[in-house]
Design a protein around this ligand. Structure first.
Ligand code: AMP
Length: 149
């Protein structure tokens, strides 16, 4: 009986370790932006509320370049679920606030969302780039005309 108990306890331990590993695989500590949300990695935070946060991009492509992210870890648009419906609204509201903070409401700005390989998404925690502080071109492909409208 004692042997059976020992085996049972070993088995349970093994299951515990395996399920812990499984959780760790999906754990947000693997995600750079989740680590910024938790404060583990420092960032130049511009704005934060209960749903989203905005911080300066470490490699800015324009005089003003801020990333707006949901606090919740969502890897890509394909991972959005119906319960995430309100996130887009929170991001858009935050974008307006961030633009005010940056002083570019009048001059204008662009919100960019890179999703997937062709769009060159490099961090898999959804985020919107808010860029501004200079005149931009359109369409956004190198070598093409920058005249628009
Ligand atoms: P994307 O390529 O659209 O996925 O955008 C990821 C962005 O995250 C890039 O513009 C990077 O410069 C930016 N980035 C990467 N690491 C950091 C960091 N530690 N703090 C702020 N921005 C970062």
């Amino acid at each position: 009986m004692e042997r059976v108990e020992q085996l049972r306890s070993l088995l349970l331990k093994n299951i515990e370790i395996k399920s812990c590993k499984k959780v760790m695989t999906h754990h947000t500590s693997d995600c750079l932006f989740c680590r910024i949300v938790s404060g583990e990695i420092p960032a130049a935070i511009v704005y934060r509320n209960d749903h989203v946060m905005a911080f300066r991009d470490i490699t800015p492509v324009s005089p003003q370049h801020v990333l707006i992210i949901p606090l919740k870890h969502i890897a890509s648009l394909s991972d959005l679920s119906p319960e995430d419906e309100s996130i887009a609204g929170h991001i858009l509201l935050a974008a307006g606030t961030v633009a005010e903070i940056l002083g570019i409401t009048e001059s204008g700005y662009r919100l960019v969302f890179n999703n997937g390989k062709d769009a060159m998404q490099s961090v898999f925690h959804i985020h919107w780039h808010l860029i501004g502080g200079r005149t931009m071109g359109w369409p956004p492909f190198p070598g093409l005309s920058t005249v628009h409208g």
